[in-house]
Design a protein around this ligand. Structure first.
Ligand code: XUL
Length: 487
């Protein structure tokens, strides 16, 4: 007699469609991680500053990762890289490679948008200013540079929403992800007809925008699929930031400082992103730097491509705070918060003959932390004054980096027990959508735990206050030598 297959366990499943790959996790109703699977895919940069991916790669990788989990999903939640433009024709076929969040080609279109609509009016309508990573400027770029393809657009989707379409046949998005398109009235939580009219974009292209825990569709097997969230809102839920309290700090490819707001608020100059949060009826603000862990990856590639990260970080640990005066401007791929400048470029300054690899790596870790403090300063203008932060993202695994960030931001850092960030947040939304949890607050209370805290080092805080003051002079100085360092 054939041996009976063991029953596959029931689980809540979260899927994060990221930039380097997809991550799928399966958790129990109490937040225990039952299974995880990752699948990777390439990006391409057909011209300097461009960043594209094939949406079919996301769909294939998602299907494989979900399969590999080996569970019976009670619910599925989606999260993903934000702002990416996926264009489909009337037969729901992909028209061109997706243009991603870190693509910098649309600076001229952003200027046109802010001139046509008016900066104040734009911030009134969308709560944000036009930034090259956002979705609407990419549509304007296509209209100008690829008019034939543009003429065939019938549907516009965000990255994770294309995966939803492939898994369920349903076109839908959520209000948190829609907030990053620049076509969304963030205060009213719906597409902005006035903005779409002003830019002459067709509202028929856009899918319904649902609150994040709402049920958007079912898979052919009947599994309910939550609307989900952009990766930053999902990462915040995944570390328990669902209402005002601790910040969410992410040290991923990009670096993020994120705060749940007590009520809708916006920055009059649009320096902070103000988006809908993944908790119905609430908002959040965040600052986004484009190269956080990406800066560490870069310096490793340059100074020690075969050296393990642990070795480089140990060498950086040998350095005093302030890296003996070496400073790093982390603008390798332009910047968003607070400089909104796709042409900004990175630099090392203050080098001495005695400086070694450890000094360079330490300066990179510190330069990224100063960039995060710039974002925190922007949130401060909205009344955000946190004492604690929850940290996630690949860079958060470094104890040294966590301590530098705690000391530069002057906050106590709490490390979540589960490192999965966005995928974990997506699984919590799956729990609400499947009726396992009543609401997001209950899902967070049942599932999110912290494992350790990292306090600011009092001996480092002063060095970093001084270092931050000098860091503030770096970007304006680099601008004065535009064409070389500042691009
Ligand atoms: C958020 C943003 C990035 C991407 C990266 O505004 O652009 O965090 O979502 O995945």
């Amino acid at each position: 007699m054939a041996a009976r297959q063991p029953e596959r366990p029931e689980a809540l499943v979260g899927l994060d469609v990221g930039t380097s790959g997809v991550k799928a996790i399966a958790i129990s109703a109490e937040g225990e991680i039952l299974a995880r699977a990752e699948e990777h895919y390439p990006s391409s940069s057909p011209q300097p500053g461009w960043s594209e991916q094939d949406p079919e790669d996301w769909a294939g990788a998602s299907e494989r990762a979900l399969q590999r989990l080996g569970v019976r999903p009670l619910g599925l939640g989606l999260s993903g890289q934000m702002h990416g433009l996926v264009c489909l024709d009337a037969g729901e076929r992909v028209l061109r490679p997706a243009i991603l969040w870190n693509d910098q080609r649309t600076a001229p279109q952003c200027e046109v948008i802010e001139r046509t609509v008016g900066l104040r009016e734009l911030i009134d309508l969308t709560a944000n200013r036009a930034l090259p990573g956002f979705t609407a400027p990419k549509l304007l770029w296509m209209r100008e540079h690829e008019p034939e393809t543009y003429a065939r657009i019938a549907h516009v989707l965000l990255p994770k929403d294309y995966v939803r379409l492939r898994l369920t046949g349903t076109r839908a998005t959520d209000v948190a992800d829609a907030s990053g398109t620049l076509m969304f009235d963030v205060r009213a939580r719906r597409w902005s007809e006035r903005l779409l009219d002003a830019l002459d974009l067709d509202d028929a292209w856009l899918p319904p925008a649902l609150e994040s825990p709402a049920r958007s569709a079912r898979t052919p097997d009947g599994v309910p699929v939550a609307a989900g969230a952009g990766d930053q809102a999902a990462a915040a839920l995944g570390v328990g930031v669902y209402r005002p309290g601790p910040l969410s700090v992410v040290l991923g490819t990009s670096g993020v400082v994120f705060a749940a707001l007590p009520r809708f608020a916006r920055d009059d100059e649009g320096r902070a992103h103000v988006f809908c949060h993944a908790v119905p009826g609430t908002w959040h603000a965040m600052g986004v730097m484009l190269s956080a862990a990406a800066s560490l990856e870069w310096v490793r590639r340059v100074v020690g491509p075969t050296t393990p990260y642990e070795t480089l970080l140990a060498e950086a640990h040998e350095q005093p705070p302030g890296a003996r005066g070496v400073q790093f401007a982390p603008y390798l791929t332009g910047e968003r918060t607070p400089h909104a400048d796709p042409d900004a470029r990175g630099a090392f300054v203050g080098l001495s003959a005695g400086d070694d690899r450890g000094a360079l790596v330490r300066a990179v870790l510190e330069g990224v932390a100063y960039g995060l403090r710039d974002s925190l300063a922007v949130l401060d203008a909205l009344g955000v004054r946190p004492e604690r932060a929850r940290i996630s993202g690949g860079g958060a695994r470094s104890a040294l980096w966590a301590k530098i960030v705690a000391s530069v931001l002057r906050v106590t850092i709490e490390r979540p027990a589960a490192e999965e960030g966005s995928a974990f947040g997506a699984a919590l939304l799956a729990g609400v959508s499947a009726g396992v949890h009543r609401d997001v607050g209950e899902a967070v209370a049942a599932c999110v735990r912290t494992s350790e805290t990292v306090e600011p080092d009092p001996r480092w805080v002063q060095a970093y206050d001084e270092g931050y003051e000098r860091f503030g002079r770096l970007y304006p100085a680099l601008r004065t030598i535009a064409g070389s360092a500042a691009g």
